[in-house]
Design a protein around this ligand. Structure first.
Ligand code: FAD
Length: 554
């Protein structure tokens, strides 16, 4: 059996090595356009930043090492230029020799990835993108040049890769400006959490221009939609990626509504014996059932393994084409992570949900070094189905988001998080882990507690019959509160109940916990009360997000 794999990095090489482990006799040919296979594309920004010091560390395998261990025929600098699905052949150009050949297959696996979107901006030729080893060499050289010149850099796009590149250029000593079309950085986060990331970027010297576009790129500067001109010795475009589907499309393989190759749970395309994996394929959003694009390494690797299983005759694993989109990024001293849908997406889908916000410490507060994180859990208020989660903080965030991603995959409900038995000792967590706490809050909501979101609060004008009650201490109240709030500390509620008519009222505290106690108490004293989820801290983060949404605009 002859199997050809186009693309020799995440999905392609996972497929190739798994195939060999399952099929010793198969002939496996890997064709890779660039000069390298199995390189660490996720590590590229950290090589630019000098965190990964040796270029060789990015190169995980070579054609020789792959042949030695797996007897793979790996040909770099070989580009597939056409696929004939009827004749079961691919046309291959040897980019070194300049020759062309035709290779036949029994099974063809496409893992051609996604290419950076190049925005149609005058002067865009000067902008660098980051996808492969050639790109990182160019970016490292341009960074050195910029350091020797005016030391300025502009990164276009505030998604995960844009933020990573901005951080790494700043770590090298450049004055970085990050320009983002949306009114926040990191679109998978809702704005109140993204505000912590934006502040971390600002704190570390990265300037932000949000809700702003680059309208022109000059030789040493860029001009923004606000007419502002910013020095730019180096410009990096990082506004997203597009599935690399041109060849598949030309071969008549079905492309879906989101622009990726359509595959089933066996990763089969519409053409016989042609499979596709990774960034170039559309995934199924398990929450909405809609097609989606999720260009992440975990999924490409998983699908690479699964496609090998299918070709070797194993049963396809259910859910292979699904993706929740679980992602994490380091932003200087913070970690930001998310899984599933955020509130923006659920609203756009007209899906009913409740978001709860918490601000726990990553490990027991009495053990040195505890730091506060910010978590959001989104779930269906009727069924309790978990719809998504996000977190930002200096420590412990990725672990919590991974647990929720696992819970989602295992179809646990939001209140089931209460009963998860998670590893605990004071240096690592709390006896009531932040995950368990999210479960408590979700159960409270699912059993009738009313919560209100920070961005719904503005719609209510606090009045004598509709109080906004700050149940924190007078000292906390004096240090800053929500406009219109009246301070009745939680411990005084019973004694001052006459000041509180039947309702409806909203209560809040610092993070939501005393607000919950107040809600329970007042409810039992026949007052109608809603608790502000996440408390003053979430409200403040929301206000900060609104301030930041105009960041840097003229
Ligand atoms: P790729 O790994 O991109 O491989 C596709 C290969 O196909 C390419 O090498 C290309 O040269 C080759 N190819 C394309 N067309 C042809 C052709 N016609 N002939 C021959 N070869 C061809 N994901 C995460 O989950 N976490 C991260 O932290 C993260 N960081 C990233 C940082 C950067 C800078 C980049 C670029 C990506 C990052 N990703 C990250 C995304 C992750 O790298 C991709 O999701 C993953 O590599 C996709 O695997 P793939 O096999 O689909 O495509």
């Amino acid at each position: 059996m002859r199997i050809i794999i186009v693309g020799g990095v995440a999905g392609g090489m996972s497929a190739a090595t798994r195939l060999r482990r399952l099929m010793e006799d198969a002939e496996i040919l890997v064709l890779e356009r660039s000069g390298y296979v199995s390189f660490a594309n996720c590590g590229l920004p950290y090589y630019v930043g000098g965190v990964i010091e040796k270029r060789a560390s990015l190169l995980l395998q070579t054609p020789e090492s792959l042949h030695a261990r797996f007897r793979l025929d790996v040909r770099v600098r070989h580009e597939v230029t056409a696929i004939d699905t009827a004749a079961k052949t691919v046309t291959v150009r040897d980019l070194e020799a300049g020759t062309q050949s035709c290779e036949s297959y029994d099974h063809l696996i496409l893992s051609m990835g996604a290419s950076p979107v190049i925005p149609p901006i005058p002067g865009i030729e000067r902008a660098l993108t980051l996808r492969d080893v050639g790109d990182v060499d160019r970016m490292a050289a341009a960074t050195d040049q910029a350091l020797a010149a005016g030391k300025s850099a502009v990164v276009i796009g505030g998604g995960f890769i844009g933020v990573e590149v901005a951080e790494n250029l700043a770590e090298r000593g450049l004055q970085v400006t990050l320009v983002e079309l949306a009114d926040q950085v990191l679109p998978p986060l809702d704005p109140e959490l993204a505000s912590f990331v934006a502040d971390e970027l600002l704190k570390n010297g990265v300037s932000l221009r949000l809700a702003t576009q680059v309208s022109q790129i000059g030789q040493t500067s860029v001009t923004l939609s606000s007419q502002e001109s910013i020095p730019a010795d180096i410009v990096v475009a990082s506004i997203g990626v597009r599935p690399e589907t041109r060849l598949a499309e030309q071969a008549g393989i079905t492309i879906g509504s989101r622009g990726g190759v359509v595959v089933d749970d066996s990763l089969r395309t519409s053409a016989p014996e042609v499979y596709a994996v990774g960034d170039m394929v559309e995934k199924l959003d398990p929450l909405s059932g809609a097609a989606t694009l999720v260009p992440l390494a975990n999924i490409a690797n998983r699908q690479g393994r699964r496609v090998a299983d299918v070709i070797a005759g194993r049963e396809p694993a259910p859910g292979t084409a699904q993706a929740y989109g679980t992602a994490v990024v380091k932003v200087f001293g913070l970690t930001a992570a998310s899984t599933g849908a955020n509130a923006k997406r659920l609203r756009a889908q007209d899906r009913r949900f409740v978001a709860i916000h918490t601000h726990p410490v990553d490990h027991a507060g009495y053990y040195p070094g505890a730091s506060q994180m910010h978590l959001t859990l989104l779930f269906d208020p009727d069924s309790g189905e978990i719809l998504g989660a996000q977190g930002v903080g200096p420590a412990g965030v990725e672990r919590r988001i991974d647990v929720i991603a696992t819970a989602m995959a295992g179809k646990l409900g939001a209140a089931d998080l209460i009963d998860l038995e998670l590893a605990y000792a004071p240096p690592y967590g709390s006896a009531k882990d932040p995950i368990n706490q999210l479960g408590y809050l979700a159960e409270n909501v699912l059993t009738g507690e009313q919560v209100i979101q920070w961005d719904e609060l503005g719609a209510r004008e606090p009045a004598e019959t509709n109080l906004l009650i700050d149940v924190r201490s007078p000292q906390e109240f004096a240090a800053g509160s929500i406009p219109g709030a009246r301070n009745i500390p939680v411990d005084e509620l019973r004694d001052r109940i006459d000041e509180i008519p039947p309702g409806p009222h909203t209560v809040f505290c610092q993070v939501g916990q005393r607000g919950h106690v107040a809600t329970r108490l007042l409810g039992q004293l026949n007052r109608q009360v809603t608790n502000l989820t996440g408390g003053y801290l979430t409200w403040k983060a929301g206000q900060r997000a609104r301030e930041l949404s105009h960041c840097g605009q003229a």
